[in-house]
Design a protein around this ligand. Structure first.
Ligand code: ZN
Ligand code: ZN
Length: 384
């Protein structure tokens, strides 16, 4: 174990295990003052090591979560917080009164002294935002596909200022605070600190005179007309990606994408599962018993369906390839026709007489059917 010779954090800060946050803080302040490298020029290396050690100890013991992990598991419990990079800038900010004496923070922040050099920095390249457009389609439009145009407002670059927001020519100047780098860097002793330039928020440049076209925003709202092709067979929640039609990127970054999110209206009688369609067709008891050919409305044309002799209610007839096309270019789905035998309800006297006559010739077998032959089971199998 490489960690066996690491010193105990409490020992480093010379506090007890039950020390309060205030005690830990004041112990660290004392150690930081004592071991600050700038105060120990004659033994700089030892001082640096001690200073790091104390800062690492403080970064763990000042954090309730890390401290409790350390108490239970030792260095292994906080290994990610340990090591040379185990402290962050917040400590320096918290103890600015301590470090300020040596580091001249006020001086640096106040006058932008770190901005020496003046190298022009690159502003951050950013991809534009994606846009979403909701489109409603009828079932038939979704089945057949649509070519259409949509009008879409989006934030385009202001051409007058090329997106900078400054009046062309003299409007935009390099930030004086950071010399155009967008970052302020401090190299003090053995550690480096950088922070986003507060004057330009990291852009490296500031606007002196606003562009009159866009009022300094660099963007203008424009409505664009975009040609959109919706492939046949799409469904609700299908997302169509139109690359590059989102908002433009910042500082030369690529544009975002446009996502068209579809909502397809339900059909009056077709239910869809993926590319397959389901519908229920009523037939009379005579048609079911004798068999017949009927037509059902399909997606593009009427479809002929042969009802075989002796068809039971709940029978399902599959019409292969008569479903919807696969929008990804696969084959077509199937159309499933579920037969419902309709029992007549309003019989004329003549019809009643004929049915009675027929009934006398039919065998009667009124006992419960086997579950497997139940049409509910069949429907369940197919409709999943
Ligand atoms: Zn700046
Ligand atoms: Zn402009």
């Amino acid at each position: 174990m490489a960690q066996h010779n690491r010193r105990d954090y409490y020992e480093i800060l010379e506090v007890t295990k039950s020390a309060s946050q205030e005690e830990v803080k004041s112990a660290y302040r004392k150690a930081a003052l004592k071991w600050h490298p700038d105060r120990n020029p004659e033994k700089k290396e030892t001082a640096e090591a001690k200073f790091r050690e104390a800062t690492e100890a403080y970064s763990v013991l000042s954090d309730a979560e890390k401290r409790s992990a350390y108490d239970r598991f030792g260095h292994a419990g906080v290994s990610s917080a340990g090591g040379a990079g185990g402290f962050n800038r917040t400590i320096f900010e918290e103890f600015q009164d301590v470090f300020g004496d040596f580091f001249g923070f006020e001086d640096v922040f106040g006058r932008g002294a770190a901005a020496a050099g003046g190298a022009r920095g690159r502003a951050r390249v950013q991809r534009g935002s994606d846009l979403r457009y909701d489109m409603r389609l009828t079932f038939d439009e979704a089945a057949a596909g649509v070519s259409t145009k949509i009008r879409l407002p989006r934030q385009d670059f202001c051409e007058a200022c090329k997106g900078t927001g400054g009046k062309s020519g003299t409007g935009v100047v390099a930030c004086e605070t950071c010399g155009g780098r967008g970052q302020l860097h401090y190299q003090q002793g053995f550690f480096a600190i950088s922070r986003t330039c507060p004057n330009c928020q990291g852009a490296g440049q500031v606007i002196r005179e606003k562009c009159p076209e866009c009022k300094g925003r660099g963007r203008l709202e424009r409505t664009r007309t975009i040609d959109v092709r919706i492939p046949p067979g799409v469904d609700s929640q299908t997302r169509i990606r139109v690359p590059g039609e989102g908002e433009p990127g910042a500082n030369g970054g690529p544009a975002g994408d446009l996502y068209i999110v579809l909502e397809v209206k339900e059909h009056a009688f077709f239910e869809r599962r993926g590319a397959d369609l389901y519908c229920t067709i009523p037939v009379s008891i005579a048609q079911a018993a004798l068999g017949t050919d009927i037509t059902v409305p399909g997606i593009t044309a009427e479809e002929k369906v042969s009802i075989p002799e002796g068809t039971q209610t709940g029978s399902i007839i599959r019409l292969k390839g008569k479903g919807l096309p696969d929008p990804h270019g696969g084959g077509k789905g199937d159309l499933y026709v579920c037969i419902r035998v309709i029992t007549p309800t309003k019989l004329t006297r003549e019809q009643r007489r004929m049915l009675q006559q027929l009934g006398e010739t039919l065998g009667v077998e009124n006992r419960p059917a086997d579950r497997n032959s139940s049409f509910f089971e069949k429907v369940k199998d197919i409709f999943g």
